[in-house]
Design a binder for this molecule. Structure first.
Ligand code: PLP
Length: 370
């Protein structure tokens, strides 16, 4: 059997999580954020599972065109808008919505005559200070957009929240207040909420919601607050390829960073940072061996990592299954031990990892794209 390092994707979980987003939408429409290869789950695979979404959001043309070419007729928003003039024509041709976040993009739009009206989202910086127009400029920018003949009849408004993942952080309320103050007298639909906004901030639920990470089953909150029953869409798995018995005082792996405190068995798992498992995960990071929780020991290598098999020696064998995250082991727990966030781990799974559809995804409806 070949190296059995795989990401098992559950399209049922994706659908379930979309349903959870809908239940929190207060009647708003759900734009599923499927940028970065569907947060590492596969762009078309995710689009197929989430075709009930009202729209899709991606980062760039390279992510939008494959969706159109696969036959999706949904509105598709380019979250960073266009990067060069030629992309305006492409956006038109492929009927993509674009964000406009800066003066240079607005000028490009004013200077490029388009054959067909384009849908534009005016991005407002309500306090995150990353992308978007400052609040005091918004009314004038909005007017310039309306004056531009090839912009669709409706200009929509969007902003992004910097701290929604912490329910105790008052900055979210300030951002929503800033957004409302500048849009109050302007006609057009609103979009504010990312996943944390959808689940944690009812005041941020508007005409359109933009959930991303929650669709993949990740609790977006950092404040320890439970998220509603989301289901992990990716379970990263591999197998034991060696079981070795070491003596107390023996060190394990590169840099000899971990030392056996007693005579003990150590397992070697066929997965490493070359597959997207984080090298910065520390000894003690949880790992499941045959669904029983144990811990990573020593440094993660490119192709392998080692696990503590104390207490499991009676039940483990070469070829046994190891779960690195997903079903039974939330990716958030691994991310925390690696000094990062679940987003980065999910996006970082490399092309060497086989993708397998979960058993739940294989029955019933054909999960392939349209
Ligand atoms: C990525 C992104 C989202 C989705 O954020 P999550 O935290 O994954 O829900 C929403 N809006 C914008 C503008 C984004 O860039």
């Amino acid at each position: 059997m070949s190296r059995d390092t795989r990401a098992v994707i559950s399209t049922d979980a994706l659908r379930h999580n979309l349903e959870v987003a809908r239940q929190h939408a207060d009647g708003g429409r759900v734009m599923a954020v499927i940028k970065a290869n569907g947060y590492g789950h596969g762009l078309l695979r995710v689009a197929g599972a989430l075709r009930q979404a009202d729209a899709f959001a991606v980062t760039c043309m390279e992510e939008a065109i494959p969706l159109r070419e696969a036959g999706y007729a949904h509105p598709i928003l380019l979250l960073e808008g266009v990067f060069e003039p030629a992309e305006l024509k492409q956006a038109c041709r492929y009927r993509l919505d674009i964000a406009v976040h800066s003066e240079w993009q607005l000028r490009l739009l004013e200077d490029t005559r388009l054959p067909r009206p384009l849908s534009v989202w005016l991005k407002i910086d309500s306090g995150m200070h990353r992308l978007g127009f400052q609040p005091d400029a918004v009314a004038a920018i909005h007017q310039r957009l309306l004056d531009c003949a090839w912009i669709g009849p409706h200009v929509r408004f969007m902003t992004h929240l910097a701290c929604a993942d912490d329910r105790h952080d008052e900055r979210t309320r300030l951002q929503v207040g800033n957004f409302d103050a500048v849009t109050r007298d302007l006609a057009g639909e609103h979009s504010i909420a990312n996943s944390a906004g959808v689940l944690g901030w009812p005041e941020a639920r508007r005409d359109w919601l933009r959930p991303g990470v929650m669709l993949y089953g990740v609790n977006p909150f950092i404040d320890g607050m439970e998220a509603p029953a989301l289901r992990p869409a990716m379970t990263l798995k591999s197998r034991l390829i060696a079981i070795n018995q070491y003596k107390a005082g023996d060190s394990v792996g590169y840099g000899a960073t971990w030392t056996c405190p007693e005579d003990m068995p150590v397992g070697v798992v066929a997965i490493g940072y070359g597959d997207g498992y984080p090298r910065h995960a520390v000894s003690g990071t949880p790992v499941l061996v045959n669904d029983r929780e144990t811990q990573l020991v020593g440094r993660v290598s490119m192709d392998m990592l080692s696990v503590d098999l104390r207490g499991l020696e009676q039940e483990v064998d070469i070829g046994d299954e190891v779960t690195l995250w997903g079903q039974g082991l939330p990716v958030e727990r691994v991310a925390e031990k690696a000094g990062t966030i679940a987003y980065e781990l999910l996006c970082g799974v490399t092309s060497r990892v086989h993708v397998q559809l979960g058993r739940d995804s294989l029955r019933g409806e054909n999960p392939q794209p349209v």
